[in-house]
Write a protein that binds this ligand. Structure first.
Ligand SMILES: [Ca+2]
Length: 517
């Protein structure tokens, strides 16, 4: 709108000089076209290329007074709603040997007798020897005598033959047994040789494996182990140095730089009532089921009892953080300013879980104090302040405003009107961070996230009238060209200093509300 107005102004000037300088008019129109194109580029809301835009100081000065904080509706297609798994067979040789053939007895004499001619009962050996004719008795006697001799000889020979036969059988059996034994031993020897051969093969294989291992693997492993050993040695040296340093430091009894006061309680009001009346860091434990944690207690402002839940004062802590960090809390609770205890608060966010827990203990009020770069101070106070649990995305609920900073939480930005102002009301909003969009600017559209553009985690609507967790700009005034996304992402409280002034300091403190104060 502002640039269209300037366009009309320039167009008016061109018309006023029309009668005298026609060529001048043409030049002015050309310049006007270039300027309008440039200005439209500057007005592109979602243009993130801030490096190109930060060139014209006149445009910057104009933008610095723009009322921002909200995201205007896009005409025609946009609307705004406040509420959202095994031996071989035996072979070789013969088991039995051949039997001996018996010798013929008296065969030749019978044959000779048959050849002698009949001699009338006489027997003769041959014609040359003459004919012998013994008597029958002599013959009988001689025969009997010979028979006896023969029988005796046979009787004598018989046992010998039997002995010989037995001996022969025994020897035969013995030799046969020996042969069998020999074959069996040969078979066993063959088997043994086979087994030995197998074992030899295995031994050779193992030998080669062991040799290879020893020749290659071992040296490699040894090198690796040597490297590990060197690293361990280095670490040991570092540890020894660190130990030595610690020893040096601990020659004298160690002193805790930031002692925690003896007094503790459910929250700072409880501590105040127990005698903890100095503003400093304390340990609080809202209920018996939760662990104690550190917090800064303001025990002087408005009679004290305040738990500091948010604090900005020098830009030392980055507030552009993820959902989990806002849930747990981050920053520095307090420092020792030289008095021996932590009486100087740091920049921090207590954490949404803790804030929610404390505010749900009972009626709670919140005090928001702020200061500009000239030292001027204002405040906003709400008699009721409750933050729901994470399951509800920490919905904000406030009421009962008082103060001189402006009621942005309930009324939105007074610089805006109608729906545009409604978009900047924070009451009833869920908490959003750049990685968790719960705001009211086109829910479900990942390209429309207030927390990404406005610098911090907050109860953004569409988007804000107050931005206490925004980016910290030293000096106060800043411009859309200095902002990362061209939006008013500073530590802003619109109803006091507008969109383009980043406060020097702002803090949020909570205390149990009780009307009798
Ligand atoms: Ca959104």
């Amino acid at each position: 709108m502002r640039f269209q107005a300037q366009k009309r102004e320039q167009r008016g000037q061109g018309q006023s000089e029309k009668s005298n300088f026609v060529t001048m008019k043409t030049l002015l129109l050309l310049c006007l076209c270039v300027y309008v194109a440039w200005a439209q580029d500057n007005l592109d809301y979602d243009d993130y290329d801030t490096g190109v835009k930060a060139t014209d100081s006149n445009a910057t000065a104009g933008a610095a007074i723009d009322a921002r904080g909200h995201r205007p509706l896009e005409k025609g297609r946009d609307y705004y709603s406040r509420n959202r798994n095994v031996p071989p067979p035996i072979s070789g040789g013969s088991r039995y040997r051949g039997r001996p053939t018996p010798a013929p007895v008296g065969g030749r004499q019978v044959e000779e007798k048959v050849q002698q001619p009949d001699a009338g009962g006489c027997t003769h050996a041959s014609e040359q020897m003459g004919v012998l004719c013994p008597t029958g008795c002599e013959l009988k006697t001689a025969l009997l005598k010979q028979e006896d001799d023969v029988k005796r000889s046979i009787r004598e020979l018989k046992p010998k033959v039997e002995d010989l036969s037995q001996s022969s059988n025994a020897i035969f059996n013995y030799v046969n047994t020996m042969s069998n034994n020999l074959r069996e031993r040969q078979r066993i020897l063959g088997d043994n040789n086979r087994v030995v051969s197998q074992y030899t093969d295995q031994v050779e294989e193992q030998h080669s494996f062991i040799k290879e291992t020893v020749d290659t693997v071992f040296p490699s492993n040894i090198r690796v182990l040597q490297g590990v050993l060197d690293k361990i040695k280095q670490k040991i040296e570092k540890l020894e140095k660190a130990i030595q340093t610690q020893k040096e430091e601990c020659k004298e009894p160690c002193k805790t730089k930031c002692p925690i006061p003896v007094v503790s309680g459910k929250e700072c009001e409880d501590i105040f009532r127990r005698g903890g009346k100095d503003s400093q860091m304390y340990l609080i434990r809202p209920d018996a089921f939760s662990s104690p944690y550190k917090v800064y207690c303001d025990q002087s402002t408005q009679n004290g009892g305040w738990v500091l839940i948010q604090n900005r004062l020098d830009g030392s802590v980055d507030f552009g953080r993820r959902w989990d960090e806002y849930r747990r809390g981050f920053g520095n609770i307090a420092f020792d300013g030289g008095k021996g205890h932590c009486e100087t608060p740091g920049e921090y966010w207590l954490g949404n879980d803790r804030i929610s827990q404390v505010t749900k203990l009972g009626p709670t009020e919140v005090l928001i104090e702020m200061q500009d770069w000239t030292g001027a101070k204002v405040q906003a106070q709400y008699r009721q302040f409750t933050i729901q649990s994470e399951t509800s995305n920490y919905v904000l609920a406030v009421d009962g405003y008082s103060g001189n900073a402006g009621n942005g939480f309930l009324e939105g930005s007074l610089e805006l009107f109608g729906e545009n102002r409604t978009m900047t009301i924070h009451n009833g909003m869920m908490f959003s961070t750049y990685d968790r969009d719960n705001d009211n600017w086109n829910p479900g559209d990942p390209s429309k996230q207030c927390a990404k553009e406005d610098g911090g985690g907050w109860w953004y609507n569409r988007c804000h009238s107050a931005n206490p967790n925004g980016r910290y700009y030293i000096g106060g005034a800043y411009t859309k060209h200095m902002a990362k996304h061209g939006t008013d992402d500073g530590v802003v409280w619109m109803n006091w200093k507008g969109s383009w002034y980043s406060l020097k300091a702002i803090s949020m403190k909570i205390r149990p509300f009780f009307a009798s104060r």
